[in-house]
Ligand binder design. Structure first.
Ligand code: UGY
Ligand code: MN
Length: 248
C-alpha cells in the first residue's frame, strides 16, 4: 500500500477485514517480550477474541485460563508450551487447546515466532465433561473433501464432541475452488489467512484477501469465498458450536 491514507481493512457491524498494515500493538499482562495484535474481541461485537502474537527471542506468555478457554496455533517458528505441568515442543502447524482453569506458559525458542490465539468463554453443558488439554499437529490431520468437492478440503483440529463449544478448522481451496453456496448461519467466525489469496463475499460486499489478513464474521453475516491465483488459499478459522440456540 503506497498511500498511507488507504487500507483494505474495514470494520462493520456484521463483519471486519483486518489487514496487517493497520496493526497497533497491545500490552497483555504476562505476555512479555511479545508484540500482541488483538484482531477481534468483544468491543467489535464479537463473542470471542482472536490475537496474533509475535514473540521476540526469550519471550514468554504466561497466565491462567479462568472462564475462557484458549487455543494457540503456531503460525511460524517454534516454542515450548507447558499446561498445568504437561509440556510439549510446538513447531509450525502445531497447536494446543487449553481448557478453563489451567495455568499455561509458552516460551519461544526462535525470534519472530508467531502464534494465533482464540479465546472463548466456556459454556458448560449438563452431562458433558469439561474437555482436557489437547496438543496436536495440523500436519497429522487429514483434510476431507468439503461437501463432496475435491477442490475444497477441511481439517478439523478439535474433536467433534459435545464437550467442546468451539471448533477450529483449516480450510484449503485449490485455485478456482469456491464455497458451494452463500452461507447464512448463526455461528460466528474468526479467521486468519495462512496462504494464498482470493475474494471473500461478506454480506453485500466483496473483498480481495490474502495471506496475513484476518476476518471476523458475526452471526448471520452472509459469506462466500473463491480462491484466486496459482497456489491454494488456506485459512484457519474459529466457529462456536454444540450449544443450545437460546439461553433458557
Ligand atoms: O464451517 C463453516 O461454516 C465454513 N464453511 N464457513 C466459512 O468457511 N466461511
Ligand atoms: Mn461459515
Amino acid at each position: 500500500m503506497e498511500i498511507s491514507a488507504l487500507t483494505r481493512s474495514v470494520v462493520h457491524r456484521s463483519h471486519a477485514l483486518i489487514s496487517p498494515d493497520g496493526y497497533i500493538n497491545s500490552v497483555v499482562p504476562g505476555w512479555n517480550r511479545c508484540t500482541v495484535n488483538v484482531i477481534i474481541n468483544e468491543q467489535m461485537g464479537a463473542r470471542f477474541c482472536q490475537t496474533i502474537v509475535t514473540i521476540q527471542q526469550g519471550g514468554v506468555l504466561t497466565g491462567k485460563t479462568r472462564q475462557s478457554q484458549l487455543f494457540f496455533y503456531v503460525i511460524s517458528g517454534k516454542g515450548r508450551a507447558v499446561v498445568s505441568g504437561e509440556s510439549r515442543y510446538l513447531f509450525t502447524g502445531h497447536f494446543v487447546y487449553i481448557p478453563i482453569g489451567k495455568e499455561y506458559h509458552f516460551e519461544s525458542g526462535e525470534d519472530g515466532t508467531q502464534l494465533l490465539s482464540f479465546h472463548k468463554v466456556y459454556e458448560p453443558l449438563e452431562g458433558a465433561m469439561i474437555p482436557a488439554t489437547l496438543f496436536g499437529n495440523a500436519g497429522d490431520i487429514p483434510g476431507k473433501d468439503y461437501l463432496g468437492d475435491p477442490a475444497l478440503r477441511l481439517q478439523v483440529l478439535l474433536p467433534e464432541d459435545l464437550s467442546y463449544d468451539m471448533a477450529v478448522n483449516i480450510f484449503t481451496y485449490d485455485p478456482g475452488g469456491h464455497l458451494p453456496m452463500v452461507e447464512t448461519h448463526i455461528m460466528e467466525h474468526g479467521l486468519l489467512y495462512l496462504r494464498g489469496q482470493g475474494i471473500y463475499r461478506l454480506d453485500q460486499d466483496w473483498y480481495p484477501v490474502k495471506k496475513g489478513d484476518s476476518i471476523w464474521m458475526a452471526p448471520y453475516c452472509q459469506q462466500w469465498f473463491t480462491a484466486m491465483g496459482k497456489e491454494p488459499a488456506v485459512y484457519i478459522y474459529y466457529k462456536n458450536v454444540n450449544r443450545h440456540p437460546i439461553t433458557l
